[in-house]
Write a new protein. Structure first.
Length: 349
């Protein structure tokens, strides 16, 4: 498995990152451990979690994903060779993350509480990459790269400097090694970089945003930042929550699929999405790739991508996704993908 530099941290992470948000909901502890074992065998050294997980977020399951990773780390060892990333929730009305219950925010006190909770659940002394799951400030659209801008309502927010100062304290204590962003905008990334340089605070190493054939908005402003500032993309949802595999074609609802179980995939059910999905799935068949391999290899071949986050609920899905990183990619495939994109541009930002 290819490895790439994580920002300017000196760490090398696998091009494939194992996402774990199904652990504790769709996957049992034993199934989570089996996925982690197989990923390690395949050369994956990078794991992504969050205090929010599993998905969908519920107070009765919150934190279970990190607990499953923690029992695996304790049972299997190899902590020093494993790059563990997790996240603190951004501003939210969800109150069950904090004790006593309170709306979530990226304040100094809440960031510390979030880190301490993750360390306990992960059964580790440090987190390699600690990410802000989404901004504290109001944004136009979750994901922060809308194709239509709508001014958000003004609201209270903690400054970027305050947030970085809180992370700096935890870094000095050895509880986190490096910091990253998620669901951020170009303005957000540059603000964090500027404040870090001005005040000698932790420099963000990465940004975790949605990126796939249906949503290439990262390329509109963030890609240049990623390359020039060494803040690489950790691409989540590379399969568009399964839509780019073709499994939901024609309104199909496969047993056990997230759409079937939770009906939470509206991000990929926007006007124009069906036509784009059909075009990419058809292209995959024409060039002899599975739709999943086309989508995953596309993300893996972008120069601004540090790692592609995959998620699976079965051993078969995991094997198929891992094999995508060895799939072929040609100039002709690139040309044909871009031709579809020009006609069906970013239907699912």
């Amino acid at each position: 498995m290819e490895r790439r530099q994580l920002g300017r941290t000196g760490l090398e992470v696998s091009l494939c990152c194992l996402g774990t948000m199904t652990f504790g909901e769709q996957n049992t502890e034993a199934e989570g451990h089996a996925q982690l074992d197989r990923a390690r065998d395949a050369g994956v050294n990078f794991l992504d979690a969050a205090e929010l997980y599993p998905i969908p977020p519920k107070p009765e399951t919150q934190g279970r994903t990190e607990e499953i990773i923690g029992t695996w780390l304790k049972a299997r060892g190899g902590r020093a060779e494993t790059i563990v990333a997790t996240k603190a929730v951004g501003r939210s009305a969800m109150e069950w993350f904090r004790d006593p219950p309170a709306p979530a925010e990226l304040s100094r006190a809440q960031i510390r509480e979030a880190v301490e909770g993750s360390l306990l659940r992960l059964q580790t002394d440090y987190i390699d990459l600690y990410q802000l799951h989404w901004p504290d400030r109001p944004v136009s659209q979750f994901g922060s790269n809308p194709t239509i801008y709508r001014a958000p309502e003004p609201a209270l927010e903690h400054s970027v400097r305050e947030t970085l100062e809180a992370l700096c304290e935890l870094q000095r204590e050895g509880k986190i090694r490096h910091v990253g962003l998620s669901n951020e905008s170009p303005w957000g990334v540059m603000s964090f970089l500027a404040e870090a340089q001005t005040w000698s605070l932790p420099r963000v190493a990465s940004i975790q945003n949605a990126y796939n054939l249906l949503n290439r908005t990262f390329e509109c402003g963030l890609a240049e930042i990623a390359l020039r500032e060494d803040v690489g993309l950790l691409a989540y949802s590379p399969l568009a929550q399964g839509y780019l595999t073709g499994k939901y074609r024609g309104g199909a609802l496969p047993p056990g699929a997230r759409k079937t179980l939770f009906d939470r995939l509206q991000r990929y059910e926007t006007p124009g999405a069906d036509a784009a999905i059909e075009a990419y799935v058809d292209l995959a068949g024409e060039i002899g790739l599975s739709p999943a391999h086309l989508a995953l290899k596309f993300a893996a071949t972008r120069p601004f991508v540090t790692s592609v986050i995959i998620g699976a609920t079965s051993p078969e899905q995991l094997e198929h996704d891992l094999a995508a990183f060895d799939a072929p990619w040609s100039e002709e495939t690139e040309r044909r993908v871009d031709a579809i994109h020009l006609l069906r541009t970013n239907p699912c930002p």
